[in-house]
Design a protein around this ligand. Structure first.
Ligand code: PMP
Length: 433
């Protein structure tokens, strides 16, 4: 044997990690257990995905059973019944009108699939000149080349070739006007009118789709101003441009409803999702589209393959089984309803941090909370990292992006556990310089 193998960790300071590893070996309910046997309260539902809590028996059983029954089947030219059953079931979770589903294995793949679907649709209806995409500053749409092109996080884009015809709207966060807002900020809807300027510059007839997260998670919890998404919907409809909501984080109860689209009453043409679709237990991404989009693409290529795109694991039997069991669990325990009820308590608890040292904003929607810290002078991100380490040390897992804390606990979390997370953060902030 030559040399020693190692794991190249994603989005990680590999040297720092390997000097002081944090390793989980088990999880149950709202807790991880690390390799030393210490319990860590999961304030982030893994990476925004374990909405029903960890190690849920019906999901575990469904995966186990499916693995023994049909471990794998292709979905190119063949398929298996579960993936159709799942598509039927998802109709109840997605907003009215979105009833056709394409499967991928992650949020990134779902986004790149959705962008290709947008191009395929435009071409199929004779609008092949619509080759421009519109994203948003600070948007996160995964790490595929399409996703980083429409995304707006400079670190993720730097050094990579990007799609050429992409315009970006401004991010909606305005701490100067909206600090410590509970729920949606009242001002900022007019930022959607920037789309009119992009249309004026390039012509609506060149734009295929606009993609935004209805509520940005990964970039640091950016809650949409009242009226903003409505305005985007209005403009895209007026100019016959597809509107895509990237709901990789916001679907499956995170905002107290099946989707953010439902919660906010704005229905796009395409929704991308992943994460909570299987409660994080098996990788799966999904693109939901209006039936007319599917029909148009299908009808444009009679007698042939209509869409040259797909993955070996699209609609994988284990993922489909996990998703079906997950959706049933969400329904059986009314976890979306629970999230809606718990949101009030969670919001109050989060806003107890107003006035804590270094805190310059607290924002929230559904079971998502963002706490923004003033950066330490000359060392952006240092406070966030110190807070993460202090909370981990104290047995609470939070997520930080730079100096912004993002909380997204499992929807089964108790009020006492919410208090524990907030008290741990408050205590750690007191000790931070
Ligand atoms: N889109 C959004 C809105 C996300 O939040 C994420 C992941 N946090 C992704 C896409 C990418 O998902 P994945 O990591 O599964 O590729």
């Amino acid at each position: 044997m030559q040399g020693t193998g190692t794991f190249w960790m994603p989005f990680t300071d590999n040297r720092a990690f390997k000097a002081a590893p944090k390793l989980f070996s088990a999880a149950s309910g709202c807790h991880y257990t690390d390799v030393a046997g210490r319990a860590v309260l999961d304030g982030t539902a893994g990476l925004w995905c374990v909405n029903a809590g960890h190690g849920r028996a019906p999901i575990v059983e469904a995966i186990r059973e499916q693995a023994g029954k049909l471990d794998y089947a292709p979905t190119f030219q063949l398929a298996h019944p579960l993936v159709f059953e799942l598509s039927q079931r998802l109709v109840d979770v997605f907003p009215a009108g979105i009833d056709t589903f394409f499967y991928a294995n992650s949020g990134s793949e779902a986004v790149d699939s959705a962008l290709k679907i947008a191009f395929a649709y435009q071409a199929a209806r004779g609008q092949g000149q619509r080759t421009r995409l519109v994203g948003r500053q600070r948007g996160y749409h995964g790490v595929g080349f399409g996703g980083i092109s429409v995304g707006g996080l400079p670190n993720n884009k730097r050094g990579f070739p990007l799609l050429a015809q992409v315009s970006h709207l401004s991010a909606t966060l305005d701490i100067a006007s909206n600090a410590f807002t509970r729920g949606q900020p009242q001002t900022g809807a007019d930022l959607a009118d920037e789309l009119l300027a992009i249309i004026a510059e390039h012509g609506a007839e060149t734009i295929a789709a606009v993609i935004v997260e209805p509520m940005s998670g990964s970039a640091g919890v950016l809650v949409p101003p009242v009226g903003y998404l409505e305005r985007l919907r209005e403009i895209t409809r007026e100019h016959d441009i597809l509107l895509i909501f990237d709901e990789v984080i916001t679907a499956f109860g995170r905002l107290g409803a099946g989707t953010a689209a439902e919660r906010l009453g704005v229905i796009p043409d395409i929704i991308t999702t992943a994460k909570g679709i299987t409660n994080g237990a098996v990788p799966m991404g999904c693109v939901g589209v209006r039936r007319a989009i599917y029909d148009t693409v299908i009808e444009a290529a009679p007698g042939g393959i209509e869409f040259f795109h797909g993955y070996t694991y699209s609609g994988h039997p284990l993922a489909a089984a996990a998703a079906l069991a997950t959706l049933k669990l969400y329904a059986d325990e009314d976890l979306f309803g629970r999230a809606r009820e718990l949101e009030v308590y969670f919001e109050d608890a989060l806003h107890d941090l107003v006035g804590a040292p270094h805190v310059i904003d607290v924002r929230n929607m559904g079971m998502v909370g963002g706490i923004e810290l003033a950066p330490r002078e000359g060392a952006p991100g240092a406070r966030g990292k110190a807070l993460f380490d202090a909370c981990f040390e104290a047995g609470v897992l939070i997520r930080v992006t730079g100096d912004i804390v993002a909380l997204s606990p499992p929807l089964i979390i108790s009020a006492a556990q919410i208090d524990e997370i907030v008290a741990t953060i408050a205590g750690a902030l007191e000790r931070l310089d």
